[in-house]
Write a protein that binds this ligand. Structure first.
Ligand SMILES: [Zn+2]
Ligand SMILES: [Zn+2]
Length: 449
């Protein structure tokens, strides 16, 4: 078990008394007669039920019409129209295809809620009636497109949250800043929006929230403090050798052998050099060289991904990977390889105070469904808003039937499709309802009323 789970899973009873403390301190300004579920829950529940049919309809429509990073023009237009209909002041084309909606409702904090707009270049194999059949051109090739990361569910719940908060306008004061961000999958959209003046043109929010689907039981909500996703860096190496006839390896410097040795030896960096308690992964996902079985090629190209939570682990892994690549080539008497390590995204850092305050409200509404979780290994460019100085919280919502989750845990059980699987298929109800309710309560709590 990861050492970061040390603060996890407080017993529910303790959380209830924590809520009592919250009430006493005035975090939740209600009389003691209000249920432990908080002052907003009944109103939020009513709106969630009232809007569910339209939210689910939007989800299925978005699912069937996915668009790739920075090409999300129809998706953005649809979301902009939804916000406009609710009375938001909407700006489109921020950071190429991003949307910003502002709703001012008296003096109070500004709360940002982010969704992603983009889908993935892959085939969907769920067989759902609303499965995507969309094709587009990507890197010069025709490809299928699918919402296999759940960004469609994030968008629909984002609209559902906006509807809920607008309906409950009499109960809060402040400004809503709803941001629909392009190109999360290529980790470029958040930066594009910030570079296009997101916080300069529309104001810097006091707090920011985002949620993400995750292959756990619906009704479950999970989060942590500190790093909750990984640092992501891409790796490229070109190993040079000397080509020759496959029957005469002595006339060659064999880059296939060098690359193969590197792929194996570099895992020693992960297992021997970094802190064994700290998360770190290096995976080579692409290895390309040669044209024929009887020709030793001139060179071999490798591409991989480096993931970590901690900056020290990150830099140790970069050093070790470079050193191993250089040494492996030197060992074969080959020229030095060309190595490129490019920083992708930084880990999303959850603000501890914001998490603790939000946790009280979520625990009150969802009880034992809410728990602290260790960080997840994927990366997310929601990190950029935190790096720009906004206290932020990123949380996960479950999307599968609890019975299926339980069955998947049994010996020989079928693993549930994770995000980016062609079979990833969230159950729309109640996953959407949980997402809308959780985000609405998070925002209302942050608004401080
Ligand atoms: Zn994704
Ligand atoms: Zn995603």
């Amino acid at each position: 078990m990861n050492h970061r789970t040390g603060t996890s899973a407080r017993p529910f009873r303790l959380q209830r008394s924590f809520l009592g403390l919250g009430l006493a301190l005035g975090w939740v300004s209600v009389a003691a007669s209000v249920s432990a579920a908080g002052p907003f829950e009944a109103g939020v529940d009513a709106e969630v039920s009232r809007n569910h049919a339209s939210v689910e309809g939007l989800y299925k429509a978005l699912h069937a019409a996915p668009e790739l990073a920075f090409q999300e023009t129809q998706t953005a237009r649809r979301l902009a129209a939804e916000l406009r209909a609710l009375g938001f002041e909407v700006t489109e084309g921020v950071g190429k295809t991003g949307v910003v909606g502002l709703l001012r409702n008296g003096s109070g904090p500004t709360i940002m809620v982010r969704t992603e707009l983009d889908a993935l270049p892959m085939e969907e194999k769920t067989g759902l009636p609303y499965a995507s059949q969309v094709k587009t051109t990507y890197l010069g090739k025709e490809t299928l497109v699918a919402h296999s990361c759940g960004h469609d569910l994030h968008m629909a719940s984002w609209v559902g949250t906006a509807k809920t908060l607008v309906a409950l306008k009499a109960q809060w004061m402040g400004t809503l800043m709803f941001v629909a961000q392009p190109a999360e999958e290529v980790l470029g959209g958040a930066k594009a929006m910030l570079d296009d003046g997101l916080f300069k043109r529309f104001g810097k929010p006091d707090f920011a929230f985002a949620l993400h689907t995750w292959p756990m039981a619906y009704g479950r909500i999970g989060f942590g403090t500190g790093a909750v996703t990984s640092n992501s860096d891409s790796f490229e190496a070109l190993f040079h050798g000397r080509g020759a006839h496959g029957s005469a390896p002595d006339k060659s410097i064999d880059p296939v052998l060098i690359a193969s040795r590197f792929v194996v030896d570099v895992q020693g960096v992960v297992s021997r050099e970094k802190d064994p308690f700290a998360f770190g992964v290096f995976s080579v996902g692409s290895i390309q060289g040669g044209t024929s079985g009887n020709i030793i090629p001139d060179n071999v190209a490798l591409r991989g991904t480096i993931r970590s939570y901690d900056p020290t682990v990150r830099s140790r892994m970069h050093d070790g990977i470079r050193r191993t690549a250089t040494a492996t080539a030197a060992m074969a008497g080959a020229p030095a390889p060309e190595i490129k390590i490019t920083a992708g995204g930084d880990a999303v850092i959850n603000d501890a105070a914001l998490v603790e305050r939000t946790e009280v409200a979520l625990k009150a509404a969802f009880g034992a469904g809410v728990s602290r979780m260790p960080p997840i290994t994927p990366s997310e460019d929601f990190a950029e808003y935190g790096k720009a100085g906004v206290p932020a919280m990123f949380f996960l919502v479950g999307v599968y039937d609890p019975k299926d989750v339980e069955a998947s845990r049994q010996p020989g059980g079928k693993p549930l499709p994770i995000n980016h699987s062609p079979f990833f298929a969230p159950v729309p109800e109640p996953s959407l309802k949980t997402a809308v309710k959780a985000m609405s309560l998070a925002v209302l709590t942050a608004l401080g009323r």
